[in-house]
Design a protein around this ligand. Structure first.
Ligand SMILES: CSC[C@H]1O[C@H](OP(=O)(O)O)[C@H](O)[C@@H]1O
Ligand SMILES: Nc1ncnc2[nH]cnc12
Length: 313
């Protein structure tokens, strides 16, 4: 089937696929969009599918359709800006992660509620710049409403498959994801340090993706698929890509099942406004730069994300 290259209806829900998840099997694309943003092109064309009720869903492959982008080279600003331009207010992002806790086994799933940023400052991590300064709140890096819906609805999908889902509720404490720079995995000493900080999971992709989604006022939650015990567990060989990919291909069917379930559950909640609006207008009053100090060229760029905010004169 030839796919449309334009799509003019607003799209509210998007999935971002990570390692091992380059499309969603349960969705049939109707359009494939190449979108240029003021921050460049996204990692991949964005495909649009529709539910039987005509609710559109976007999908983006974080590392490109052929996985040729390093975690540090993912064009996160373009990815989030392009989704925002389509009208997206809810993002569910998948990620392959290492486990920093014995009880989170390879092939388990987890819905983290906290993040520790261990990237090295080499990734562009904000839409704002000199001449237009704003600060997003990020104390809760994931949308708690979306976190709750995902945690509740994925439990039953995975139970049927004999796979454990870890959430803030099952852990009875924060479920903290460490985001490191990569591309090499951690040393054993680093891995043990992250455990001492209370880390539960580790990946290379949550930052700045989640931060930019917050700046763009989009409700965002990452779903983690555990693939290995990183390097802390001395009774196991430290993680290799082979282990990650082996466990991922065994588990990608569960990711597709989860996506299918989430589409069913999120469609009515997004339509009713129960999900997706938690951060609406949150940036409007978060700007620090006084009118006279604002760079007008930058304001025009900002209007790509926030049309109607901060009038030019
Ligand atoms: C191939 S192992 C390391 C790689 O896997 C994860 O990718 P993603 O989060 O996109 O699923 C991790 O973050 C690293 O980028
Ligand atoms: N151990 C690990 N560290 C960082 N990213 C990962 N992705 C999958 N396993 C990982």
């Amino acid at each position: 089937m030839t796919l449309a290259t334009e799509f003019h209806e607003p799209v509210r829900l998007a999935f971002i696929g990570g390692t091992g998840l380059y499309h969603l099997e349960t969705l049939t694309p109707v359009a494939k969009l190449t979108i240029s943003t003021p921050w460049g092109f996204p990692s991949s064309p964005i495909t649009i599918s529709k539910t039987k009720d005509g609710f559109p869903i976007a999908f983006l492959a974080r590392h490109g359709p052929h996985h040729d982008l390093l975690p540090s080279d993912v064009p996160n600003r373009a990815n989030i800006a392009a989704l925002k331009k389509l009208g997206v207010n809810t993002i569910v992002a998948f990620s392959a992660v290492g486990s920093l806790q014995q009880h989170i086994k390879p092939r388990d799933f987890a819905v983290p509620n906290q993040v520790i940023d261990r990237t090295k400052g080499i990734r562009p991590s904000t839409f704002f710049e000199r001449g237009f300064v704003a600060h997003a709140m990020f104390g809760e890096p994931f949308d708690p409403l979306l976190n709750k819906v995902i945690s509740e609805s994925c439990q039953e999908v995975l139970e049927g498959e004999g796979v454990k889902l870890h959430t803030k509720e099952t852990e009875k404490d924060d479920l903290t994801l460490i985001c490191m720079e990569g591309p090499a995995f951690s040393t054993r000493a680093e891995s043990k340090l992250y455990r001492s900080w209370g880390g539960s999971l580790i990946n290379m992709s949550c930052i700045p993706e989640s931060k930019l989604a917050r700046e763009a006022e989009i409700a965002y939650q990452m779903i983690c698929m555990s693939t290995d015990y990183d390097a802390w567990n001395e009774s196991e060989e430290p993680v290799t890509v082979e282990t990650v990919v082996g466990n991922l291909s065994a588990n990608s069917a569960n990711a597709h099942r989860i996506a299918e379930k989430l589409v069913q559950v999120l469609e009515p909640k997004i339509k009713s406004g129960e999900i997706g609006l938690n951060y609406q207008h949150s940036m409007k009053f978060s700007v620090s730069t006084k009118k006279d100090g604002q760079d007008k060229r930058l304001l025009e760029k900002m209007h790509y994300l926030f049309p109607g905010y901060w009038p030019l004169q």
